[in-house]
Design a protein around this ligand. Structure first.
Ligand SMILES: Nc1nc2c(ncn2[C@@H]2O[C@H](COP(=O)(O)OP(=O)(O)O)[C@@H](O)[C@H]2O)c(=O)[nH]1
Ligand SMILES: [Mg+2]
Length: 389
C-alpha cells in the first residue's frame, strides 16, 4: 500500500517524510530509506501476536520491539498542491500522478497559521482552508478526467463497467462506484452528466476512494486551543496534532547515538555524550512529548493504515504448531490486507503459484481447516496448504 503526503508548500511534508523514512541504525537488512527522492518505506506499528502465542518472533522485514511489530508501508511525498493544481499549475502532472498512486492521503497543514494557503509566510491564516482546497482541487481534477471521457461514456449502456475502465488507476471496484453513484443521486445505467452531475460524482467517489487524514503540523509553535479550533471547523475529519520537526530531530539524535527512542513510544532516553545545549533541546522535546503524548507522527501512519484504509494484519506460517516458516523463523511475516480478505487473497499476496495451487488453509489457533473463501480476521495466523512446488 502507498501513503501519500500531500499539502500546500511549507507545511512540513518533506520534514515528516524524512522523519518517517530515515535510516534507523537498528534496522540493518531492510531498506528503511528513500527509494527515489520522494518515495520511501516507513512502518505502521501494531501489537504483535507473539505474546499471545508465547513465542518470540523473528520478522523478515522491520523489527518487533517490546512486542510492537513494525509493518512496512510505502510512502510518497507529493509536492505541488496549490490552488489551480488540478489544471496543471505548480507541479501539474507529477502532482496528479503521485496523487492517483496513493491509496490513502495524509494532508499536512500548518496548524500554527504562520503560512498561508500558497505556502507564503503570513499570520493568522486559517489552516482549515487548506483542507477544503485539497478536496476542491481533487474534485476538479477528477471532473476534468470524466468530462473528457463523457462523449464515450454517454454512449455506453453499462455505465458502471464503463466508469470502472476510466477509473482503473484508482484501484476501485464496481461496488465503490455504485456507492458513489447512490450518494450523488445519479442513475447507474447510462452516464450522461452535465458539469454539476460530474462534480457531484467526483466528490462522492473521492470521499470513498481517497481517505484523508489531516496532520495538524507544527503543534510545537501553536497557541493553546489551536487543535480544537481546527477540529471544530473540520467535522467528520480525522485530525492528528503533530510535530514533524521534533520527530525529525529525535530520529537524527537516535542516528548519532545520543538517545534511544522506540518508534512511536513518546519517550526518549539519553544514552551518549551530549553537550549542555543538546541536553536542553532534548529536555524540551521530552517535555513536549509528555504533554502531547508523543510527537503524533507515528499515530498519523497508524491512523492512515488501520483506520482510514481499514487494513488488517495476517501472519502466514508454514508450520502451524511452531508458527514458523521453512527456515524455522517464528512469525516471519506480518502482512497488511484489506478488510474482507480471504485465505485465497493471503495466498496471492505470498505468491501467485501458491494461490493457483492452493488446496485449503489451517488456522494456527484452532488447527481447524479453512476454505479458500474463508474471510480472515485481524491477527489471524494461517498456514496455506498448496500443491505448488
Ligand atoms: N516549528 C515547526 N516547523 C516545522 C515543522 N515541520 C516543518 N517545519 C518547518 O517548516 C518549513 C517547511 O518544511 P518542509 O518540510 O520543507 O515543507 P514542505 O514544503 O511541505 O515539504 C521548514 O522550515 C521546516 O523546518 C514542525 O513540526 N514545527
Ligand atoms: Mg517539500
Amino acid at each position: 500500500m502507498m501513503i501519500g503526503l500531500v499539502g500546500a508548500p511549507n507545511k512540513g511534508k518533506s520534514t515528516i517524510f524524512s522523519a518517517l523514512t530515515m535510516l534507523d541504525v537498528a534496522v540493518a537488512d531492510y531498506p528503511f530509506t528513500t527509494i527515489k527522492p520522494n518515495l520511501g518505506v516507513t512502518y505502521a506499528t501494531k501489537e504483535c501476536v507473539e505474546k499471545e502465542f508465547g513465542v518470540k518472533c523473528k520478522p523478515r522485514n522491520g523489527l518487533c520491539t517490546n512486542g510492537i511489530r513494525q509493518l512496512p508501508v510505502n510512502i510518497v511525498d507529493i509536492a505541488g498542491l496549490v490552488p489551480g493544481a488540478s489544471t496543471g499549475k505548480g507541479m501539474g502532472n507529477q502532482f496528479l500522478n503521485d496523487l492517483s498512486a496513493a491509496d490513502v492521503l495524509i494532508q499536512v497543514i500548518d496548524a500554527s497559521g504562520r503560512t498561508d494557503i500558497q505556502g507564503n509566510l503570513s499570520s493568522g491564516s486559517d489552516p482549515a482552508d487548506e483542507v477544503k482546497m485539497l478536496s476542491e482541487e481533487m474534485s476538479l481534477w477528477l471532473s476534468g478526467i470524466l468530462l473528457r471521457h463523457m462523449p464515450a461514456l454517454s454512449k455506453r449502456k453499462d455505465g458502471v463497467r464503463a466508469l470502472l475502465g476510466v477509473l482503473s488507476s484508482f484501484n476501485t471496484s464496481e461496488l465503490q462506484i455504485i456507492s458513489a453513484l447512490k450518494a450523488a443521486s445519479l442513475p447507474d445505467s447510462s452516464i450522461s452528466w452535465d458539469n454539476e452531475g460530474t462534480a457531484k460524482f467526483s466528490r462522492e467517489f473521492l470521499r470513498l476512494n481517497k481517505h484523508i487524514i489531516v496532520a495538524a503540523n507544527k503543534m510545537d509553535v501553536c497557541p493553546q486551543g489551536a487543535l480544537d479550533a481546527i477540529r471544530k471547523k473540520l467535522p467528520g475529519c480525522t485530525v492528528v496534532g503533530c510535530s514533524g520537526a521534533i520527530e525529525l530531530a529525535l530520529k537524527k539524535a537516535v542516528k548519532s547515538g545520543a538517545i534511544s527512542y522506540a518508534i512511536g513510544s513518546g519517550e526518549l532516553e539519553i544514552e551518549g555524550e551530549v553537550s549542555p545545549e543538546q541536553r536542553k533541546a532534548l529536555d524540551y522535546m521530552n517535555d513536549y512529548m509528555k504533554r502531547n503524548n508523543g510527537t503524533g507522527i507515528q499515530e498519523l501512519v497508524n491512523e492512515a493504515v488501520f483506520r482510514a484504509s481499514g487494513k488488517i494484519v495476517a501472519y502466514p506460517v508454514e508450520n502451524e504448531s511452531k508458527y514458523t516458516d521453512h527456515f524455522g523463523n517464528v512469525l516471519p511475516d506480518a502482512l497488511l490486507l484489506n478488510t474482507g480478505s480471504t485465505t485465497m487473497d493471503l495466498a496471492r499476496s505470498i505468491h501467485t503459484d501458491i494461490a493457483d495451487h492452493m488446496l485449503y488453509a489451517v488456522d494456527a489457533r484452532t488447527k481447524g481447516r479453512l476454505g479458500k473463501n474463508h474471510v480472515l480476521k485481524d491477527n489471524d495466523v494461517v498456514k496455506i496448504v498448496s500443491a505448488a512446488r
